[in-house]
Design a protein around this ligand. Structure first.
Ligand SMILES: Cc1cc2nc3c(=O)[nH]c(=O)nc-3n(C[C@H](O)[C@H](O)[C@H](O)COP(=O)(O)O)c2cc1C
Ligand code: SF4
Length: 429
């Protein structure tokens, strides 16, 4: 059994009424914001840079570096936007964090907004998570009443408004520029970059978009220091991380561990494979990250470790599948999701995901041929790197990795179909 770390981000989650201000204040709440506002924005950016904190929304961009891109002048308002869309299949860490400890996110918003000279912060939450929107609004009301939000916070002269915004529930609205369009009241579709949000983001003003877990990490770094943060995790991927384990394990849930923890260790924490049925395949960070197999049980799950083994850390949404699951069937379900969620702006993704879903459905229904496997890979080649945003790249991950590790299973499905339906194969020839 690995030594789980002393919880950081999740340390208040089991306290009674953990979401209330009085609980938060009793457990060090808002001490980091007070400390942060006593210093300068530049000092804060430096502390976060030194900590090595990397974005927890999927791409892993260093948070302090991103914050430093915000211009130092005030020609236009500056905005901080929190990405709480959480749409990646398997990802379920941000909503539990906001439900259990909403004030840690709000305190992080105060720190990050001050560091980026922003006086207005938005939290963009997916519309279906109504319970979460209610909880955040209640926490924001408490923070306003206590003087942590609004005018002249801690008597420092610093003002901050916080708006909780309900999205309408589209996966593409998690892509940061589509999110900004949606926040402005438009249909959520990705924008051309450059300009990047730090130059022209929300309402064409300097904007930083960060994930919930990234911003909720800031109060801990401010209070305990960047050296403390670096004691956890690995050199290039420091800090604690919430791994969401779902699927065929005995105890699915959120497990906070240092970055670099392996699936073998996570499985021990999660009580092992459900009913002892062996592992077949798994995703390290949601369905957009190429799948792994039992060969990768000891791969360190940090940004570098996952990439070296041929996948990505993504959102650390670890979806575990046992031997009873058909890979072509699972790949088809994921592909149907991407087809449905493709925003339609660019041809490779709009048309490609449609054809990928058609072919996979045909295969799983029993009408596929061995050539379909090559056609699938060909269509993937025409989407990967040729799409307008990363949704297209993510859509091909399950297919390419599924065929890489389980080609025989795709082939066997086609062979079985051929044997069962000789007249159909004859007609196609
Ligand atoms: C299709 C798509 C969906 C995304 N969904 C989310 C999401 O739900 N939450 C999130 O934080 N980032 C999401 N991202 C990544 C964001 O574009 C962006 O990189 C992230 O919010 C930056 O925050 P971070 O630097 O703190 O990680 C998505 C990206 C793509 C391409
Ligand atoms: S890759 Fe897909 S989701 Fe992204 S812009 Fe193109 S059509 Fe829209």
């Amino acid at each position: 059994m690995p030594d789980p770390i002393t919880p950081v981000l999740t340390k208040r989650w089991l306290s009674p009424n953990s979401w209330r201000l009085e609980t938060y204040e009793r457990l060090e709440g808002y001490t980091a914001a007070r400390k942060a506002l006593a210093g300068t924005p530049e000092q804060l950016v430096q502390v976060v840079k030194d900590s090595g904190l990397r974005g927890r929304g999927g791409a892993g961009f260093p948070a302090g570096v991103k914050w430093s891109f915000m211009p130092p002048n005030f020609d236009k308002p500056h905005y901080l936007v929190i990405n709480a869309d959480e749409g990646e299949p398997g990802t379920c860490k941000d909503i539990p964090l906001m439900m259990a400890d909403p004030h840690s996110l709000i305190e992080g918003c105060i720190i990050a907004s001050y560091a980026m000279r922003s006086n207005h912060c938005f939290i963009y939450v997916r519309g279906e998570a109504l319970h979460c929107i209610r909880r955040l609004n209640a926490a924001a009301r408490e923070a306003y009443q206590a003087g942590y939000l609004g005018k002249n916070i801690f008597g420092t002269g610093y003002d901050l408004e916080l708006t909780v915004h309900a999205g309408a529930g589209a996966y593409i609205c998690g892509e940061e520029t589509a999110l900004l369009d949606s926040l402005e009241g438009r249909r959520g579709q990705p924008r051309l970059k450059p300009p990047f949000p730090a130059a022209a983001g929300l309402y064409a003003a300097p904007t930083t978009v960060n994930n919930v877990e990234t911003i909720a990490s800031a109060p801990f770094i401010v209070n305990a220091g960047s050296a403390w943060f670096r004691e956890m995790g690995r050199e290039k991927s420091p800090g604690p991380k919430i791994y969401s384990i779902s699927g065929h394990v005995e105890k699915p849930g959120q497990y906070e561990c240092p970055l670099g923890t392996t699936l073998r260790e996570l499985l021990e924490l999660a009580g092992g494979m459900k009913d002892g049925i062996p592992l077949k395949f798994w995703t390290p960070g949601g369905s957009s990250t190429p799948m792994f197999t039992a060969e990768h049980l000891d791969t360190p799950l940090d940004f570098e470790g996952a990439a070296e083994a041929g996948s990505m850390l993504g959102t650390t949404a670890v979806q575990v599948f046992n031997e009873t699951v058909s890979v072509p069937w699972a790949v088809m379900k994921w592909t149907q999701f991407y087809e449905h969620e493709s925003c339609g702006k660019c041809t490779p993704c709009r048309e490609g995901t449609y054809w990928l879903a058609q072919i996979l459905e045909r295969m799983v229904e029993g009408h596929g041929t061995a050539e379909d496997i090559d056609t699938l890979l060909d269509v993937c080649d025409n989407i990967l790197g040729r799409s307008f945003c990363a949704l297209g790249d993510g859509a091909v991950s399950p297919i390419q990795s599924g065929i890489k590790y389980f080609r025989e299973e795709f082939l066997a499905l086609c062979e079985k179909n051929k044997a069962a339906q000789p007249e159909l194969v004859g007609a196609q020839a």
